[in-house]
Design a protein around this ligand. Structure first.
Ligand SMILES: Nc1ncnc2c1ncn2[C@@H]1O[C@H](COP(=O)(O)OP(=O)(O)O)[C@@H](O)[C@H]1O
Ligand SMILES: [Mg+2]
Length: 340
C-alpha cells in the first residue's frame, strides 16, 4: 500500500542507517532520538466508542469481537492502575490472526490499531500492511534494510504481516525470510512501546511458522481465530452492500443469490466476505451491460428503478464471471410452490 512519505522520516531512516553502519556506541538510540525530534508527532484519535461501534457493526465475527473487547478492556484497566500508582502488568500486545482469506482479518486489524490509539497504547494507530515481498530482499544485506524500513514506517502503529508463513518456507532452501524474522524480533524488542505486530494467515500454515523460531512463539502468544462466514452471514454482507449503495434485488434474484452463496465450496479459498464483495461489484457490471444493450432505449432515459435494480440474470452473470456456480435449487421450496 502506498503511503505518503515525509522527508523527515527519510532523514530519520538515513541517520539511523548511518549510525548502524558506523556501529557507534548507543547508536541504537539514534532512531528513537531522531524520531522524537521530528516526524513522530502523535495524531488525534477517533473516540473509542466510535471505533467500537464500527467493529460491532461488522456482520458475524462474534468471537473475534469478544476477544478484541477483552484486549482493549485489559489495556484500559492497566491504564487506570497506572493512574492510581499501581504497577502495570506488562503484557505483549502482538497477535496472531488465524483465518482463511476474506474472513475480515485486515478489516479488524485496522480497527484494532485505531482502538489501541484511542486508549493511548499507540501514538498514531495507523496500519502498515506488508507481505513477504515487502520485507525480504533479493540479495545479501537487502532484507535487513527493507525490514527495518517497514518497521520504521509502522512505529507508533500496527505492522500487519499477511501470509507471514511465507517468511519461513518449509523446504529449508536458502532463503532470506528467516533474516527478516530475526530483524523483526529485534526491532520488536527495541521498540517495545512503539510497535504492535500482527501476523496473519491460513490457520494450517501459521502453526508451522510460529514453531519455526522460538522467539516467535513466545512473542506471539495470543491468537484470534477468524472463522469462515456462514451462508447467512455472507448473505447479510451482500445485502448490506446493496442497502449502503442503494441498490435492490428484483423478485427471484435473492433466491439466486442464496443458491450462489450456498454453492461456494467451503474451503480455504472460497473467498468468504471478499467473494461477497466481488460478486456485488460484478453484478453492477452485469447490470450496466444489460442496460446498455437495451435496443430501443438510450441510457439517459433510464428511470430510478432501472438503475437501482439487480436482476437474477445480473447475479447469475456475476457469479459466472467469477467462476462460481449456483447450488441446485433447494427441494423444499419446489414442493412448497406445488403445494401453494
Ligand atoms: N464482517 C464483515 N462485514 C462486512 N464486510 C466484511 C466483513 N468482513 C470482511 N468484509 C469485507 O470483505 C473484504 C475482505 O475482508 P478483509 O478484511 O480484507 O479479509 P482478510 O484480510 O481476512 O483477507 C473487505 O472488503 C471487507 O470490507
Ligand atoms: Mg487481508
Amino acid at each position: 500500500m502506498a503511503t505518503k512519505r515525509n522527508p523527515l522520516e527519510e532523514l530519520r531512516e538515513t541517520v539511523a542507517h548511518l549510525a548502524e553502519q558506523l556501529k557507534l556506541p548507543g547508536s541504537d538510540k539514534m532512531d528513537d532520538l531522531v524520531g522524537d525530534l521530528f516526524g513522530g508527532r502523535p495524531t488525534p484519535a477517533r473516540p473509542l466508542a466510535e471505533v467500537q461501534a464500527e467493529l460491532d457493526g461488522l456482520i458475524g465475527l462474534e468471537s473475534v469481537k469478544e476477544q478484541v473487547r477483552a484486549l482493549v478492556a485489559l489495556l484500559q484497566v492497566q491504564a487506570r492502575r497506572k493512574a492510581h500508582g499501581l504497577p502495570e502488568v506488562a503484557t505483549s500486545q502482538h497477535l496472531v490472526f488465524l483465518g482463511n482469506p476474506g474472513t475480515g482479518k485486515t478489516t479488524v486489524a485496522r480497527l484494532l490499531a485505531e482502538m489501541y490509539h484511542a486508549v493511548g497504547l499507540l501514538q498514531k494507530g495507523h496500519l502498515v500492511e506488508v507481505d513477504r515481498s515487502g520485507l525480504v530482499g533479493q540479495y545479501v544485506g537487502a532484507t535487513a534494510i527493507k525490514t527495518d524500513r517497514v518497521v520504521r514506517r509502522a512505529l507508533d502503529g500496527v505492522l500487519f504481516i499477511d501470509e507471514a508463513y511465507a517468511l519461513a518456507p518449509e523446504d529449508g532452501r536458502m532463503d532470506f525470510g528467516p533474516e527478516a524474522i530475526e530483524v523483526l524480533l529485534k526491532r520488536m524488542e527495541d521498540h517495545r512501546h512503539r510497535l504492535v505486530v500482527i501476523v496473519a494467515g491460513y490457520p494450517r500454515l501459521m502453526e508451522a511458522f510460529l514453531s519455526s523460531n522460538p522467539g516467535l512463539h513466545s512473542r506471539f502468544a495470543r491468537e484470534i481465530t477468524f472463522p469462515d462466514y456462514s451462508l447467512d452471514a455472507l448473505h447479510a454482507i451482500f445485502t448490506r452492500m446493496l442497502v449502503q449503495h442503494e441498490y435492490a434485488l428484483a423478485p427471484g434474484a435473492d433466491e439466486m443469490l442464496r443458491r450462489i452463496l450456498a454453492g461456494l465450496h467451503t474451503n480455504e479459498d472460497s473467498g468468504n466476505a471478499r467473494f461477497a464483495r466481488t460478486l456485488f461489484e460484478q453484478a453492477l457490471n452485469q447490470q450496466a451491460l444489460r442496460l446498455s444493450r437495451h435496443e430501443n432505449r438510450s441510457l439517459d432515459t433510464l428511470d430510478r428503478d432501472d438503475v437501482m435494480t439487480l436482476t437474477t440474470d445480473d447475479i447469475t452473470g456475476a457469479a459466472a464471471a467469477l467462476g462460481a456456480e449456483p447450488a441446485p435449487e433447494t427441494q423444499p421450496s419446489r414442493w412448497w410452490h406445488w403445494l401453494t
